[in-house]
Ligand binder design. Structure first.
Ligand SMILES: Cc1cc2nc3c(=O)[nH]c(=O)nc-3n(C[C@H](O)[C@H](O)[C@H](O)COP(=O)(O)O)c2cc1C
Ligand code: SF4
Ligand code: SF4
Length: 254
């Protein structure tokens, strides 16, 4: 069983490709996360959890959800991360969640995909050519990942150094609270009141008021689902995103 969360499609495409190659089921966890739906998920085949990387780890809301989610049947669990090139402590965290469930952690791997974090100016925008190149390389790698899983092998990626854990574990919650504020989100007159942004928010932070989205709460996961999926590009994050091209996997890859 392939389980995934995806905001802009990189992880979704990966999960669906793996499911097709492994002749397995694929389940989008968004609805369950939004509803805090912890009904057990059973699978005869190994579990493969696909997730993006946010600030050097898997999305914190996904980690919290997985901790509580009962997984029954097959005891083996693989993780496949999509990232902009650095998974940080994602694998270590995944191992700890799975081991605490009494299941077998069968390793993790990372696919370096186009970066979708437009509400952050740390990295320069990728060229169209680089976006397409990354997607192509990942498409060629996915069958090898599927083969390792199909044959019961271990996914090996890289060693996570102690200093990475020492920095990430205490620093991330603080950084996320401060830097991932919802305050700068704003909507302009292009909004057609479709409600898509509200439907897609994994944290249910967006409500519709007089046909326009309102962001509630203080901070969010910055998954970029609302801003990137708006069909008319009516959402901005302060003035960081105004000149930036919106990214969705489906604009580039199959
Ligand atoms: C809030 C946020 C933080 C991110 N942090 C990292 C990171 O630490 N390292 C990295 O390589 N990519 C990072 N990325 C890029 C995403 O992991 C990458 O684009 C991913 O493939 C997006 O998956 P999706 O299209 O399935 O949502 C970040 C993206 C977001 C939105
Ligand atoms: S997705 Fe865009 S158009 Fe639709 S309600 Fe949200 S801001 Fe408005
Ligand atoms: S408000 Fe937007 S960026 Fe923040 S968690 Fe919700 S969908 Fe993601």
């Amino acid at each position: 069983m392939i389980l995934y969360f995806s905001a802009t499609g990189n992880t979704e495409a990966t999960a669906k490709k793996l499911a097709a190659l492994l002749d397995d089921e694929c389940l989008n966890l968004l609805d369950r996360i939004q509803k805090n739906d912890f009904r057990e998920i059973a699978s005869e085949k190994p579990f493969v959890i696909c997730a993006p990387i946010y600030v050097c780890e898997m999305p914190r809301f996904l980690a919290a959800f997985l901790r509580q989610l009962p997984l029954t049947g097959n005891r083996d669990v693989y993780f496949v991360f999509t990232s902009g090139g650095y998974t940080g402590i994602g694998g270590v965290l995944a191992k700890s969640i799975i081991t605490k469930k009494g299941m077998n952690f069968k390793g993790y791997t990372e696919l370096k995909m186009p970066r979708n974090y437009i509400a952050n100016n740390t990295y320069p925008e990728l060229t169209e050519e680089e976006i397409r190149r990354r997607i192509e390389v990942c498409s060629e790698t996915i069958p090898h990942i599927a083969e390792t899983i199909r044959t019961g092998g271990i996914l090996t990626y890289r060693y996570v150094w102690m200093f990475e854990r020492i920095i990430t574990v205490p620093f991330n919650p603080v950084w996320c609270r401060i830097r991932q504020s919802v305050k700068p989100f704003r909507v302009n007159d292009k909004c057609i009141s479709c409600g898509k942004c509200a439907k897609l928010c994994p944290l249910n932070l967006i409500s519709m008021n007089d046909g326009k989205p309102v962001w509630n709460g203080k901070s969010c996961s910055h998954c970029m689902s609302c801003i990137q999926n708006c069909p008319v590009e009516a959402i901005d994050y302060g003035n960081i995103t105004q000149e930036k091209k919106r990214y969705l996997y489906k604009k580039y890859g199959k």
